[in-house]
Design a protein around this ligand. Structure first.
Ligand code: G6P
Length: 612
């Protein structure tokens, strides 16, 4: 959700903060603000509703705010509408403290009432303002910034990544973390605070991840970190190894298009090091074969598109492992009293590694004894660190809110887990194993070829962009793929869209099909192609406008019934969604482009959802 950046050094802070915020804007973009400490030790705070550009224009690219220490925030509203007054930094009534926050202070109402009873006047509707006000309240008692922070942290409940400035201590930022991501950056004569590395990688690659309960004091000379008992902690340093350019548009109009195009390369990174002599080799995984044999239950837990990867994983893993696999939305799993014990494997999937519901589900499963194997993109993220085992997708930074390359690489890694486990369990047919491994190796190349010949998609987008309701239909893997296709479309183009298992049409949905309704019929899954065709005929008979997706080998057959057909190369059955998703991503992209939508930052959404 919200993005946080902080800087302490000898250069002007404001331009560094604005640059960092620009790279974090995908986390939230309804308002933004900065606080910079002046040479006279005053807190200068500027905020603006709307995109970061509005703030940048208001302070002339940072030139208006002089000072070498400061922090910035880009907001995704939870408490209080997007507005200047509700945006961060929040300043205490006496003007001594400025606070930026990502997360939710759950007991803010009670604290607010207490402070109001003490005569404190609030300006905003936010939960965050209580932190600024409470800091000042405790500071009046103890006259010590660090101690006041400690008292605040003992009083507040909820999730937070906090950055705090005090006018009386103009050389430092104090940061605190609980259940929301925050990392520290070590520069030459300067230090940084950030929600994620994209914000600071131009300045340093030397970072440390804050843990829950830790408090950090950042000065130009260095960073001191303390645990919840205020004991000093030695932080392990990590080196960010991707290039700055990976988080830039590189000539593309949108990050989303760039990331779609990067998929073959991302797949190479995810797949090639994990295949040796025709065998899947999950290097670094700690799970033993004995443990794999011992699992009696398997869950896949995730949110959003990662959940859709899990839906495909369910079909593929059940096929390869001959075991039932339950796929659960993390937000449901965590409250569902799941039947999980020490013979349970929970596969957690998350691009960001920070999604709060997914994290909570992980902790719940762990508490019940499950073994946690996660598939994560962001190296060093919370989910990666709390899992028993992690397989990284190595997709590189993904900036567009709508995921593309992370989805594809998650899918490939999950398929590889299926193959690996299937071999250990002796449940996978050796011929199929060989075929899927060979096709996995060809996947990047086939996707490249597919991307190179998707020229007809903008034409279809131009034809269909005015529809206001779309149905994706398919069976088996095509149904799971349809869920993702439908989500992509609604996320970025705001067209109402739903995905249905074709067999369910007759149980209700078909009543919604009328003249001109757009139906995207997915017919890539060869074993059920004929059945898929029957459903196409049914919706056509009721006037639907059909756009079909199938494999090259079925294109002719499909064309007998449907005029507009998108095709993907043939591949192993299990891998069809890996190719099938590409035209659907591009279709959504071009439809959103036609509709003039803000593709990389769709309304109301944020990339990393760190609140419930
Ligand atoms: C948000 C993003 C989605 C993503 C979901 C889960 O909704 O917009 O693209 O699939 O969160 O995120 P995660 O980082 O856990 O995969």
């Amino acid at each position: 959700m919200c993005g946080i950046v902080g800087f302490v050094g000898s250069e002007q802070a404001a331009p560094i903060l604005l640059d960092g915020l620009a790279r974090l804007e995908y986390r939230g973009y309804d308002s933004a603000g900065v606080a910079v400490v002046s040479e006279q030790h005053e807190l200068q705070v500027r905020k603006a509703k709307g995109r970061l550009q509005a703030l940048s224009d208001a302070i002339h690219g940072g030139a208006d705010l002089k000072g070498c220490i400061g922090m910035g925030h880009t907001r995704w509203a939870t408490h209080g509408a997007p507005s200047e007054v509700n945006s961060h930094p929040h300043v205490s009534a006496g003007g001594k403290f400025a606070v930026i926050h990502n997360g939710i202070i759950e007991n803010y109402v009670e604290i607010k009432e207490f402070l109001i009873s003490q005569g404190v006047r609030f300006k905003s509707e936010t939960d965050t303002e209580v932190v600024a006000q409470l800091l000042e309240f405790y500071y009046h008692e103890c006259h010590d910034f660090f101690e006041a922070v400690g008292r605040v942290l003992r009083r507040i409940e909820g999730a937070y990544a906090l950055g705090m400035l005090c006018a009386d201590c103009p050389d430092r930022i104090i940061a605190a973390r609980k259940d929301a991501p925050l990392l520290l950056g070590y520069g030459d004569g300067c230090t940084f605070l950030a929600s994620d590395a994209t914000a600071i990688i131009r300045h340093t690659r030397d970072v440390a991840y804050m843990e829950d309960g830790e408090v950090a004091v950042l000065t130009a000379d260095g960073i001191r970190v303390y645990n919840a008992l205020s004991q000093p902690v030695e932080k392990e340093h990590h080196r960010i190894d991707w290039e700055v350019s990976a988080a830039e548009k590189g000539g593309y109009q949108h990050f989303m298009l760039k990331e779609i195009m990067e998929q073959p390369e991302a797949l190479r990174r995810a797949i090639f090091p994990r295949i040796r002599d025709g065998k899947i080799a999950l290097g670094g995984m700690k799970l033993t074969n004995a443990q794999i044999r011992d699992f009696s239950r398997i869950f896949i837990v995730a949110c959003g598109s990662s959940y859709h990867v899990g839906m495909i994983g369910k079909y593929n893993l059940e096929h390869l492992l001959h075991r039932s696999v339950e796929v659960c939305l993390a937000s449901e799993f965590r409250y569902s009293d799941p039947i999980v014990d020490e013979h349970t494997l929970v596969i957690v999937i998350s691009q960001s590694g920070e999604t709060l519901d997914t994290m909570a589900a992980l902790r719940e499963a762990k508490k019940r004894g499950a073994y946690i194997l996660s598939i994560v993109n962001v190296v060093g993220s919370s989910i990666a660190r709390e899992s028993d085992d992690v397989l990284y997708t190595w997709a590189g930074p993904e900036i567009a809110v709508a995921t593309t390359k992370a989805y594809s690489t998650q899918l490939a890694v999950l398929d590889m887990i299926g193959l690996y486990f299937g071999e250990v369990l002796g449940t996978v047919d050796p011929a199929e194993y060989g075929e899927v491994v060979a096709e996995l190796q060809k996947l990047p190349e086939k996707m490249e070829a597919l991307l190179g010949r998707c020229d007809d998609i903008p034409k279809y987008a131009a034809e269909y962009f005015n529809h206001n309701s779309v149905f994706f239909i398919g069976r088996n893997l095509d149904y799971a793929l349809g869920l993702e296709g439908s989500l992509k479309l609604k996320e970025i183009s705001y067209i109402h869209s739903e995905a249905y298992a074709s067999g369910e049409l007759k149980h209700g949905t078909i009543s919604l099909i009328e003249d001109g309704t757009l139906v995207i019929a997915l017919g890539t899954y060869a074993p059920l192609f004929d059945k898929a065709m029957s459903n196409v005929v049914e919706v056509k008979a009721r006037g639907a406008d059909v756009l079909a997706l199938t494999t090259e080998s079925h294109a002719k057959e499909m064309a007998k019934t449907v005029e507009n057909v998108l095709t993907i190369p043939d591949t192993a059955r299990l891998l069809l969604p890996s190719l099938g998703v590409v035209p659907l991503q591009l279709f959504s992209y071009y439809v959103a482009l036609q509709r003039g939508c803000d593709i990389d930052k769709p309304r109301n959404l944020a990339k990393s959802v760190t609140v419930e």
